[in-house]
Ligand binder design. Structure first.
Ligand code: FAD
Length: 537
């Protein structure tokens, strides 16, 4: 590529897009290399196109984990975005910051108030342009439009909220406000009926400054070093290997690819690198370790009132909502699959919610092979309530499986490997049935379909979630930041220890997993990361 660059960013995902925008706004010249292609695709733009992207290798790395004992030996499917915007271009668009105390945890692990809650709150307010207006917590006028939680809700949301209230879970108007616990409607990264990915909100405006150069379909294969100083990267583009140089290299490839790229570049557990024939630059056992992710499961009921299934399943329904979307940008295709949500505690003595809820006014129990049939749901009125754990104690890891950069790394998810995670999930799934047993929801339910009324004993409920649960796509912490060199890869300024001129800025850098969805924290990491990077030069 022509020109000299202050920074080279690997990956145009949630964090990388924000980083490019912030560095360019500060007058720096930035080169972005992205393995995927353009996000100008219909199903990326249309919010409910989500289901179509789930298994699509044109925009998705489509990873599989190793057989997992915690899932009865099954391999889980891990979608990750491979397109401009990264996973924010294929995700479910829920905008959740997490619990304020999660950022106190970040402060504690990094030893830096820069990553603490007050800093995060100010940054979120600067990032957001919230349709509901600003206050001490929410922001307006920022680059990222956030759709209101007050949008007309599906008619089944109200009975569901009342059922939650009947269990003692309060109604919550804003999960990103002072209190997270409760049930309500999620804010979404949707603008004008279209997905508002990090590419749309940050990268594309940055490209217009003329200070950001972008190369798509460029797979970075390794970081180049002079001694222990990073000077650029090698990448594969149009069938040939190329090199690009910059003052500093920043990896933003996400929680699976960033540790893989570090290992391909000689930074990782020495024995693992040696086994794949990769020369060792820094023996760093924390690369790929500390993998932390949320695990979730849906319970599903047949209803005796119409649900979204009745609209999205028949051909005439598809035609109607399709026309509605194309002509007006509104209707069922313009929203997330999550019509409601919430946070609750499985024990009253816990200091903060440890479970997240997802309410979906449709069901997809009969998927076709290789399809997530959000647009072709079950041929009967169905409803799902899902949940996922907020801060599981199980840890997995990413391993280098091959010296070939195009080969996937090994993902050892290792879910439900602690008694604590199994016990809290058992308590949580029982709570789903408690909600469903409350009026007015109860009278609208015809029967429980999954796991079904026969599954009542603790051991059967546990077996059910080992059999049917899966990732909710929030892998993090695989190149984590921390004050303690013995348990982290990065210092509090995102610098890779043991080398110079190399940083990591994406979900792999999270010191701990946030109790909520991870797009907002990944965007925050890009925002605050840019401040650390600019402060250091
Ligand atoms: C199906 C799904 C649903 C989700 N739903 C939600 C949700 O509703 N709300 C929410 O908050 N979060 C959600 N998430 C999670 C959230 O989107 C991610 O945590 C977040 O986007 C991660 O950001 P990142 O910057 O770490 O990585 P990514 O956004 O994944 O970006 C990494 C980028 O780097 C590129 N890259 C990787 N390796 C290389 C290489 N070697 N060379 C060049 N480029 C490379 C990738 O192609 C990708 O574009 C979901 C995720 C998925 C997959």
């Amino acid at each position: 590529m022509d020109g000299t660059f202050d920074y080279l960013i690997v990956g145009a995902g949630s964090s990388g897009s924000v980083l490019a925008q912030r560095l360019a706004a500060a007058g720096r010249r930035v080169l972005v290399l992205e393995a995927g292609g353009s996000d100008r695709r219909f199903f990326v733009q249309m919010p409910l196109g989500y289901g179509k992207l789930f298994y699509d290798p044109a925009v998705n790395w489509c990873y599989r984990t190793e057989p997992d004992p915690g899932l009865n030996g099954q391999r889980d499917f891990w979608p990750r975005g491979k397109v401009l915007g990264g996973s924010s271009a294929i995700n479910a668009m829920v905008w959740i910051r997490g619990h304020a105390s999660d950022y106190d945890d970040w402060h504690a692990v990094t030893g830096s108030s820069h990553w603490g809650w007050e800093s995060a709150r100010a940054a979120y307010r600067a990032i957001e342009d919230n349709e509901d207006g600003g206050d001490d917590w929410r922001g307006t006028g920022g680059p990222l439009f956030i759709r209101s939680a007050k949008v007309p809700a599906h008619p089944l949301v109200e009975p569901w909220l009342q059922a939650c209230e009947a269990t003692g879970l309060p109604r919550r108007a804003d999960f990103n406000g002072p209190e997270q616990e409760g049930a309500g409607i999620y804010q979404l990264t949707i603008k004008g009926g279209r997905r508002n990915s990090a590419s749309r909100a940050f990268l594309r405006p940055a490209l217009k400054t003329g200070r950001v150069a972008l190369r798509t379909r460029a797979l970075v294969t390794r970081v180049l070093f002079e001694g222990t100083r990073a000077i650029g990267v090698e990448y594969r583009w149009k069938g040939a290997l190329h090199q690009a140089r910059a003052g500093e290299v920043i990896l933003a490839g996400g929680a699976v690819n960033t540790p893989q790229l570090l290992m391909l570049s000689g930074i990782g557990p020495a024995a693992m690198l040696a086994a794949q024939g990769v020369p060792v630059l820094v023996d760093q056992p924390n690369v790929g370790a500390h993998l932390n992710d949320h695990q979730g499961i849906n319970y599903t009921w047949r209803m005796n009132v119409p649900t979204m299934n009745d609209i999205l399943r028949p051909w005439w329904g598809k035609l109607r909502v399709g026309l509605q979307y194309l002509l007006t940008g509104s209707g069922p295709l313009s929203v997330s699959i999550n019509h409601g949500g919430g946070f609750f505690r499985t024990r009253p003595d816990l200091p903060r919610p440890n479970m997240q809820l997802y309410f979906q006014a449709f069901s997809t129990l009969i998927p076709r092979e290789g399809e997530r049939p959000v647009l072709s749901p079950d041929p009967f009125p169905g409803l799902s309530i899902g949940l996922s754990n907020c801060r599981p104690s199980s840890r997995g890891r990413i391993e280098l499986a091959s010296a070939d950069p195009a080969a996937p790394p090994r993902i050892i998810a290792n879910v439900f490997s602690t008694d604590q995670d199994v016990e809290e999930m058992l308590a949580a799934v029982k709570y789903l049935r408690l909600i469903a047993a409350q009026e007015p929801l109860r009278s609208l339910i015809a029967e429980e379909l999954r796991p079904g009324p026969a599954v009542t004993r603790d051991e059967d409920l546990i077996d059910d979630f080992r059999q049917r649960s899966g990732t909710v796509y929030h892998p993090s912490c695989t190149a984590r930041m921390g004050a303690d060199p013995a348990t982290s890869v990065l210092d509090a300024d995102l610098r890779v220890r043991g080398v110079q001129g190399l940083r990591v800025c994406d979900a792999s850098a999270f010191p701990t997993l946030i109790g909520g969805n991870t797009n907002a924290p990944a965007i925050l990491l890009g925002w605050l990361g840019a401040e650390r990077i600019l402060a250091a030069r």
